[in-house]
Design a protein around this ligand. Sequence first.
Ligand code: NAP
Length: 267
Amino acid sequence: MNTALGTALITGASSGIGAVYADRMARRGHDLILVARNRERLEAVAERITRETGRSVQVLTADLGRAEDLRRVERVLREKEDISVLVNNAGFGAVAPLVDSDADSMESMIALNVTALTRLTYAFAPAAASRGGGTVINIGSIVAVVPELLNGVYGASKAFVLALSQSLHHELGEKGLKVQVVLPGATATDFWEIAGHPVENLPKEWVMDADDMVDAALTGLDDGELVTIPGLPDVALWDAYQSARQTLSGNLSSSRPAERYLRTPAH
Ligand code: NAP
């Protein structure tokens, strides 16, 4: 069996988008390490993929919100040099307004969506780049650019994923690390039930099938995109947004306050 493509480690692979990534990565010729909390569901995904593709699939049960479990997965990423792809997909969201949400639950969201994703990236990306390559796929969300849409901490966590991915590409892209951040819109998975708003309650024309979403994202990866938004019909809109950001970036820091602030403040 050809393992030249190396192993893909996918978090949140027991259901939804992560399980589709597992399937597609195996069909592309990768062996797999699948990470999530629910062993039974992980093993069912692994068994089906092995049967259908013949690839080697290892299951790693871990709660990435718990420090000791996270460190265990980091160790695997550091020690197994044949890992060539990291898919940071595990995450959860909420639809409840920011101010009505429980701070402990928001902290758990940050632990998974931000801290775990960051630590796994650190465990993989610099070493992969020094080996001459590797791919990091980070699953963000369209709420990264529209934090008003769902719960604000969820939006902020995905804005972090977008910014981290852009920075990672900036620092390691030229050293051979391929970075992609995917910003899915509403996708038909358990996410919505867990977030407190069953997917059936959304307008059908908003909701993409998880298979279609991942296939589109992988096409974007093959095209070398840094940011892929599967549901965005006209990519020129994103390009204009990025171009406005570039224009801003040269104008944000100055030794003098801007003219509009140069009046005596009222006391
Ligand atoms: P999902 O079906 O609920 O999948 C979430 C996955 O993450 C599951 O495999 C779950 O497995 C795993 N997970 C949750 N908590 C975990 C923890 N503490 N430690 C380890 N694994 C954990 O939802 P999904 O839609 O596929 O979500 C995947 C990603 O897509 C998330 O980052 C989400 O924010 C993003 N996304 C989703 C949508 C959407 O509309 N569905 C849109 C934009 C972005 P276990 O329960 O077995 O741990």
